[in-house]
Design a protein around this ligand. Structure first.
Ligand code: HEM
Length: 434
């Protein structure tokens, strides 16, 4: 793949374009750039000598991410989702080849030795699809709810993630996500000074056309107006394409809340990824700030000017009181508009949000979009939230039903993210023998 044109882009635009391109040449360009800028210091922090000291939960990222003054977790800036298919011969009638399992574990441990487990180093998870588990005679235990993905809104016809596994790599440093990916596939002699112990090639093939990338952070979306469909009117400081902060601590599930508590996969979680395009031109050019706040948060948020330009007026919470959530139906009928967050919050359980959202913006395919990645104890939690967001029960025009009118989901995938001890090619029934 050809490299982006350095002369036409700012530094930040250029590195994001390199992450999206991927591959050895993009990595070299990225390393060259970071070497030329950090002549002596700013080394990528190293990982641990003994990875067995790391948490059992692959998804335990929050403690290693910075928080703002209100305890909201700030996500890592760069993300890559690497789609993987198991090579022929790795699984046969007797189950998974134990050597392949060891290879995967060794390859992942290399990353843990190489990079600090943080936004400054590398955060990663590996998850497995229902298609992966279908090859085993035994089903997944009852403690795991992992259905095949399906359309979740009338009229949508998404494609489904039917490959075997997905690696989620995240870091504030673009060269780290690229280097980790290349290192895993044997295309680097060392990763952050550590020689890879094993490589995934021979066990997994990369599904290059399913590789997804993205970014999140204050001011980053406004730098993408070079991409068709990204209007100049995006607020300068917005961290997400639709113009507002998201992921307030009080509207996120805790890592405990999304973790499987019992059965052989205890300590794991489920992950779903919905990839969608966003019609930003209509959102920014046909709606004003008041309408955007009404449709994203609630009409009361707009009346009370509770959000600020990009969400800076909110602290640790999106400001959804029980009353505002309960007012959703009345707002639909009486005001003719309901907010996305207000609607989705109807799926809280005993006041607790069930999803831990780790979504990020994308310009994959040269269109603005979002890879909505969420963790939840079971996929049914996600489906319930999505139904609440669909709001088919509400007496309101689709164009005013939150942000539905602007989103086009084109791909859905469901995954089990096992605990670390089972992350390398897990059997469906770890208590059995496969
Ligand atoms: C482009 C697409 C999307 C954008 C721009 C977006 C944006 C937002 C914003 C600004 C909030 C309020 C701030 C916050 O609580 O963090 C919010 C809340 C939320 N969104 Fe989204 N969202 C999108 C898609 C989705 C999808 C696909 C789902 C899942 C079905 C979802 C589920 C939620 C949930 C569960 C909340 C919190 C509700 C609560 O407070 O309990 N969002 N979103």
């Amino acid at each position: 793949m050809s490299l982006p044109d350095r002369s036409a882009l700012s530094r930040r635009e250029y590195v994001r374009a390199l992450v999206a391109t991927g591959g050895a040449t993009a990595l070299s360009a990225c390393l060259e750039l970071s070497d030329s800028e950090n002549e002596d210091e700013d080394q990528v922090p190293a990982g641990v000598d003994d990875p067995s000291s790391l948490p059992e939960r692959q998804h335990a990222w929050d403690e290693s991410l910075p928080a703002d003054g209100d305890e909201n977790v700030r996500p890592a800036e760069h993300h890559v989702l690497v789609a993987l298919s198991l090579d022929d011969g790795v699984a046969n009638g007797d189950g998974i080849d134990p050597d392949a399992r060891e290879t995967v574990e060794d390859a992942l441990r290399t990353l843990e030795r190489a990079y600090e487990r943080s936004n400054d180093g590398l955060l990663f998870t590996v998850g497995y699809t229902p298609s992966y588990f279908d090859r085993f005679e035994e089903p997944l235990p009852e403690s795991v709810h992992l259905p095949e993905p399906e359309p979740l809104r009338e009229g949508e016809t998404p494609a489904f993630d039917e490959f075997d596994a997905l690696l989620h790599l995240a870091s504030d440093r673009p060269e780290v996500v690229l280097e980790a990916e290349e290192g895993l596939f044997g295309e680097r002699e060392s990763v952050n000074g550590v020689e890879p112990e094993a490589e995934l090639s021979g066990v997994f093939d990369r599904e290059d056309d399913r590789r997804r990338t993205g970014f999140v952070g204050d001011g980053l979306p406004a730098e993408r107006t070079d991409v068709p469909g990204v209007p100049e009117t995006i607020p300068e400081d917005a961290p997400f394409f639709m113009g507002f902060r998201s992921g307030f601590v009080d509207s996120q599930a805790s890592e405990d809340r999304v973790t499987l508590e019992s059965g052989p996969f205890a300590g794991g979680t489920t992950q779903q990824v919905s990839s969608m395009e966003i019609n930003l031109e209509q959102w920014f050019d046909q709606e004003n700030h008041y309408q955007r706040v009404s449709k994203l948060f609630s009409p009361e948020h707009a009346d009370e000017e509770a959000v600020g330009e990009v969400g800076e007026a909110l602290g640790a919470t999106n400001g959804l009181t029980d009353e505002r959530i309960a007012a959703t139906e009345d707002d639909a009928r009486g005001r003719g508009v309901v907010g996305h967050a207000q609607k989705a919050a109807r799926a809280r359980e005993d006041g607790e949000p069930p999803l831990l959202r780790r979504d990020f913006n994308t310009v994959d395919g040269d269109r603005p979009g979002l890879h909505f990645l969420s963790l939840q104890r079971e996929i049914a939690d996600f489906v319930r939230v999505r139904e609440a967001m669909n709001g088919t029960d509400l007496d309101v025009a689709t164009a005013n039903n939150g942000i539905l009118h602007y989103l086009f989901v084109d791909r859905r995938g469901n995954y089990l993210v096992p605990p670390r001890s089972l992350r390398a090619l897990p059997p469906a029934d770890p208590n059995g023998d496969s």
